[in-house]
Design a protein around this ligand. Structure first.
Ligand SMILES: Cc1cc2nc3c(=O)[nH]c(=O)nc-3n(C[C@H](O)[C@H](O)[C@H](O)COP(=O)(O)OP(=O)(O)OC[C@H]3O[C@@H](n4cnc5c(N)ncnc54)[C@H](O)[C@@H]3O)c2cc1C
Length: 388
């Protein structure tokens, strides 16, 4: 297969190997010495980068008056991690690509690339994709690039999916429970993260709703570094000292990552899919036998939480998330996590100022809880009233 998926995998592997080999071969000391031996810097360029600096901070405007909507979504969470694998049912190949918990937007291109790889060696023909969320749309686009003729079958079109509820931080975490994840899954997670990161950096700009931003974690206790193998994907990671930031918390950690605005991304992917000749059929499959009676002999299962019913996945559990949307505040150019009671995050997007959140495992209810809205808004008001 010479698809985008395959070349993205190869490129990610090459980049990672190059970095590893470089570090292994020369070591930090040799690297610094080699810099010293370089030719003199051109006039006007400093040998050392200037310190990290930013525009003046602007505190977000937060009040109950500014609340536009409360939204709820169910992250499709599996303790042992998301599923990417082909499964044969008589003459039908089903490729599963679901269960991405709180990281599906981040992982989409990479996980879908791994899923499309399950068709390697097959001549492209008609293929069905179940689901019109981020996993269905990215799988469909990669399949189209590889020459397949794709029909998406979905109960909800993109704007009514969980994917459209996501906050939009590039952060492939909150995806599994370390107690249940195997080394094979950890390798799959790393591959999917790297390929996806690479793909999103290629889509930067307003068209796809992809931009870069600073994220600050606020805490009363020392913050543990948790980026692990993926640390190189987060530039300017640092612990800030008092006086280096305006937050009221004693411990503050910075990283720079991508902001992906789900509504823009999903709209654009749907357009791309239709322009490339794809078709969407709105339908609600009752069970596996209905899925397997589709005319296509290759079927991608990107049904998110739907896989619990369609393919009897008993591990799949919803993690209910509640967000509060406020009117947008375009002057705010950073986001925060933590800093008060319960799960908290503030993300400034072009469509809304978003406040979160909750992560309630096993909670299937779909209503917004007034006491959570009250906590989320009042805790953020407190954090930013002490800002400065
Ligand atoms: C509050 C919240 C915040 C989040 N924040 C982030 C974030 O900042 N970053 C991040 O990376 N991720 C985030 N996520 C996670 C992310 O939203 C999910 O991992 C992702 O949307 C899963 O995408 P999906 O395409 O697999 O599923 P979905 O978007 O749920 O799409 C599933 C599709 O399958 C269809 N389907 C299901 N069952 C059937 C059926 N029986 N018949 C026909 N069609 C069916 C649905 O109609 C839908 O079209 C967040 C999630 C929530 C809830």
């Amino acid at each position: 297969m010479t698809s985008m998926a395959e070349s993205a995998i190869l490129l990610a592997r090459k980049q990672k190997n190059t970095r590893r080999e470089l570090l292994k071969t020369i070591g930090a000391g040799a690297f610094v010495a080699s810099l010293g031996a370089c030719a003199p810097m051109p006039a006007g360029l400093s040998r050392y980068p200037r310190p990290y600096s930013r525009k003046p901070w602007v505190a977000p405007r937060i009040s109950m008056d500014a609340v536009i909507r409360e939204v709820v979504g169910h992250r499709p969470y599996r303790p042992s991690g998301f599923v990417v694998k082909g499964e044969q049912f008589d003459d039908k190949l089903v490729v599963h690509n679901y269960g991405h918990g709180g990281g599906g937007i981040s992982l989409s291109w990479g996980s879908s690339a791994l899923a499309v790889r399950e068709t390697r060696g097959m001549p492209p023909g008609d293929v069905a994709v179940i689901g019109s969320g981020v996993m269905g749309l990215t799988s469909a686009r990669l399949l189209q690039d590889a020459g397949w003729n794709v029909t998406i079958y979905a109960r909800e079109v993109a704007r009514h999916t969980t994917s459209n509820v996501a906050a939009g931080e590039w952060s492939p975490f909150s995806v599994y429970n370390p107690a249940y994840a195997t080394p094979a899954f950890m390798a799959q997670l790393e591959w999917a993260s790297r390929i996806s990161h690479h793909a999103y950096t290629n889509l930067g700009g307003r068209d796809y709703g992809v931009s870069w931003m600073e994220a600050y974690t606020l805490s009363d206790s020392p913050i543990e570094e948790t980026l692990g193998e993926l640390a190189d994907l987060f530039p300017y990671t640092a612990s800030l000292q008092p006086g280096e930031h305006p937050f009221p918390s004693p411990y503050v950690h910075r990283q720079v990552t991508m902001k992906i605005e789900p509504a823009i991304l999903l709209r654009r992917l749907t357009q791309d899919f239709l322009l490339a000749g794809g078709q969407v059929v709105v339908t609600d499959f009752a069970d596996k036998s209905e899925v397997l009676s589709l005319p296509e002999s290759v079927i991608f299962n990107c049904s998110g939480m739907g896989a619990a019913k369609l393919f009897d996945d008993v591990e799949l559990t919803p993690a209910k998330g509640q967000l509060v949307y406020l009117t947008p505040d375009p002057d705010v150019d950073f986001w925060t996590v933590g800093g008060g009671e319960g799960l908290l995050y503030m993300l400034s997007r072009s469509d809304v100022l978003l406040l979160g959140g909750t992560f309630k495992l096993g909670d299937y209810t779909t209503h917004a809880e007034p006491q959570e809205t009250e906590r989320i808004v009042s805790e953020h008001r407190r954090i930013f009233s002490e800002f400065g």
